[in-house]
Design a protein around this ligand. Structure first.
Ligand code: ARG
Length: 458
């Protein structure tokens, strides 16, 4: 039987199911690159303290590159005894360069500082990838926002028609969320980019290895200052899972809006065929499955966050095998988010809008606030104007008119003598929108300013 790397003190065999239960190679082989770099620079550190000769180091480096080639070309042959990516790579290195030299690689290193280091490298690269595709998503939204700046639509509160806004203003809402997500990614990356390597199993390194040197070579900004924390901290995994969850929360709300807007009842947007599916029974159906999955998969990602929080919460210091349970929820969330970003970008850049339907959904009652503001400009306190405008709404309703714009100037004067002939100017959606010029508002100049600001942030 295969000799386990840690098998020296063991006389009995591992139970076969326990072997499977214990192993993580099926999912942690994703980290092969990080693990090989880890060994590459760790052994440079060993050379510096005289634990390897230059000849041994170059043999080790040669072997590591052979292994990298095998993983990259999908020809790495896993063996029964391989438990995880670390033991698999070490076993293979021994086969390539001989166990005598390969056996020196792990001097002073434990899989505890090794896996913590690999995870941080893997996460750093994964977040960089997310930043890139998230930038594309934001770019796609802002592009629409710019070209469709003149389109008006109803803005909603409580899903009731509230006030007219620009379609671009709605787009910018999500661009703003995603820019905040982008900034958070940057902050998380900064926090996680510190090296645990050279802390051993928990107590530190017995050969005075230059941790700072190795950290620098591996692209870390600093070394973790406490060896116990170095091997047992997985807060960065939790932070990423929370990030993924919050991001999916934004995606889910974005999707929910678009699902509604794509119904016949709204008819504001139409998804491209590329992101829709049909019904097996009803030939007329075109379903927004992409958006429903974006909304649905948010639940899966939230699950990953609570899954790992539960696994982490009562682990005593320092490394315990429970920590191996960080990988599956993390990797699953990262893949789900990556695909969700790409699908969102596809959906938003290929859907078509129906600006007539958007405009026709605007109703005159949505200008009741503007009517109140009209009297405010004549010096009437807002609380009073709110009431007066409400009277106009109710009067129009009582007279079965189609809207407050149908009341005559005389009827307005009956409601309140301070109404003038110019009250008719209120009943224009464009005018209403264009009044909201203060920063963050829906007037054209304010929306364009937002687009510029958002662009500058990414
Ligand atoms: N596969 C393990 C993990 O992911 C590596 C660390 C194992 N360390 C140990 N002391 N058993 O956590």
């Amino acid at each position: 039987p295969e000799q386990k790397l840690w098998g020296g003190r063991f006389t009995g065999e591992t139970d076969p199911l326990m072997h499977l239960y214990n192993g993580s190679l099926s999912y942690d082989q994703k980290m092969y690159d990080a693990d090989l770099d880890n060994s590459k620079y760790y052994t440079e550190g060993l050379l510096k303290v005289g634990l390897l000769t230059p000849e041994e180091l170059s043999e080790i480096h040669r072997g590591l590159e052979v292994i990298r080639g095998e993983w990259t070309s999908d020809s790495f042959v896993e063996k029964d005894g391989d438990e995880d990516i670390h033991t698999a790579n070490e076993r293979r290195l021994g086969e390539i360069i001989g166990r005598h030299i390969a056996g020196k690689v792990h001097t002073g290193r434990s899989r505890n500082d090794q896996v913590a280091t690999d995870m941080r490298i893997y996460c750093r690269n994964a977040l960089t990838k997310l930043q890139k595709i998230l930038t594309d998503l934001i770019g796609a939204i802002l592009q629409r926002s710019e070209t469709e700046i003149d389109v008006l639509m109803p803005g909603y509160t409580h899903l009731q028609r509230a006030q007219p806004i620009r379609w671009s203003h709605w787009l910018n809402l999500y661009a703003t969320y995603f820019v905040e997500d982008f900034k958070r990614l940057r902050q998380i990356k900064e926090r996680l980019n510190v090296s645990p390597l050279g802390c051993g199993a928990l107590a530190g390194h017995p050969y005075g290895i230059d941790r700072e040197y190795i950290a620098g070579k591996l692209g870390f900004d600093d070394c973790i200052g406490n060896s116990l924390q170095a091997v047992s901290d997985r807060d960065f995994v939790v932070e990423i899972l929370f990030w993924c969850s919050l991001f999916m929360n934004h995606v889910s709300r974005f999707s929910e809006d678009l699902i509604l807007y794509s119904t016949a009842e709204f008819g504001f947007v139409k998804l491209s065929d590329a992101y829709s599916t049909g019904s097996s029974l009803m030939p007329q159906k075109k379903n927004p499955d992409s958006l429903e999955l974006l909304r649905g998969k948010s639940g899966r990602v939230f699950g990953s966050l609570s899954w790992f929080m539960m696994s982490l919460k009562s682990i005593p210091s320092t490394y315990n095998k429970d920590m191996q349970e960080d990988k599956e929820p993390l990797f699953d969330a990262l893949v789900t988010v990556e695909h969700s970003i790409l699908i969102s970008t596809g959906v938003i850049s290929t859907l078509s809008i129906n600006k007539e339907n958007m405009f026709n959904a605007l109703t005159m009652d949505m200008l009741a606030t503007d009517l109140a503001d009209y009297l405010v400009r004549k010096g009437v306190p807002f609380r009073e104007t709110h009431h007066i405008s409400g009277e106009a709404v109710s009067k129009a309703e009582k007279l079965k008119l189609s809207g407050i714009d149908q009341l005559s100037v005389a009827q307005y004067k009956e409601i309140d003598a301070r109404f003038g002939d110019d009250v008719v100017d209120v009943f224009d959606f464009e005018v209403s929108v264009e009044r909201r010029t203060a920063t963050g508002g829906t007037a054209k100049c304010a929306v364009l300013k937002q687009i510029q600001k958002l662009k500058n942030k990414i």
